[in-house]
Design a protein around this ligand. Structure first.
Ligand SMILES: [Zn+2]
Length: 225
């Protein structure tokens, strides 16, 4: 994501793809990292700072699946390969349902936790569950992050609001044509537009910031949650 910032701010022009992975799952380290390295790609992995080395405690019961998460050492090794670590809160909290004090702990605390592990600045953020509003976005900005991604569907463009960036979700079951449609055409953007039309005014958290999502050019974001 950090490498993409000049394209988002309009300082550089071009079509690029950003690979982002939420949660800091161990399989990212074991399977994705070697493939990324082999193909000379970078990626940003958003880690849950108080669950490093543990598992997805926030949804393991609901999914009936325990997903192992990277340990501190594995996260350091991920970073040493030139791959980026971003923040995904301390406990994978739903930020719109979190009080002000806890909100700042989840955001600022996660940044501090990860920076203590890595010894380098952590400047990218991802909202757990894609759950965000203008209060959460303001807290993320105030904590010193440079951008934040949501789970809202669509491709980002230069000039987009940096603290509620959309993404394209790529599933393991996506067949090649669908994958191509998602990243090369307006397929995902159209879903975003129709979702915005369906929402009644005032019901959409973060609505005020989403309304500025327009611009020229194109870039692609890939996501796996
Ligand atoms: Zn997550």
């Amino acid at each position: 994501m950090t490498e993409a910032m000049p394209y988002l701010t309009g300082e550089r022009v071009g079509r690029i793809a950003v690979i982002t992975l939420d949660d800091g799952c161990l399989d990212n380290f074991l399977y994705a990292a070697p493939i990324l390295k082999k193909h000379g790609c970078t990626a940003t992995c958003y880690a849950v700072s108080q669950h490093m080395g543990s598992f997805n405690q926030w949804d393991a019961a609901r999914l009936n699946v325990k997903k192992p998460l990277m340990s501190r050492d594995q996260l350091r090794e991920w970073a040493s390969m030139g791959l980026e670590v971003g923040a995904h809160t301390q406990t994978h909290a739903r930020l719109t349902q979190t009080g002000d004090y806890r909100l700042n702990e989840e955001i600022d605390g996660c940044k501090s936790d990860l920076e203590a592990v890595l010894g380098t600045p952590v400047t990218q953020f991802s909202y757990p569950h894609g759950n965000w509003d203008s209060r959460a976005a303001h807290a993320v900005r105030s904590a010193g992050f440079r951008a934040a991604v949501t789970t809202r569907r669509g491709r980002s463009r230069p000039g987009d609001e940096l603290f509620c960036l959309p993404r394209v979700k790529v599933r393991g079951c996506d067949f090649p044509l669908l994958f191509a449609l998602k990243i090369l055409t307006r397929y995902e953007d159209r879903h975003q537009e129709s979702a915005l039309k369906r929402r009644a005014p005032g019901r959409n958290h973060g609505q005020e910031m989403r309304s500025v999502h327009h611009g020229q050019g194109s870039r692609r974001q890939l996501q796996r949650i």
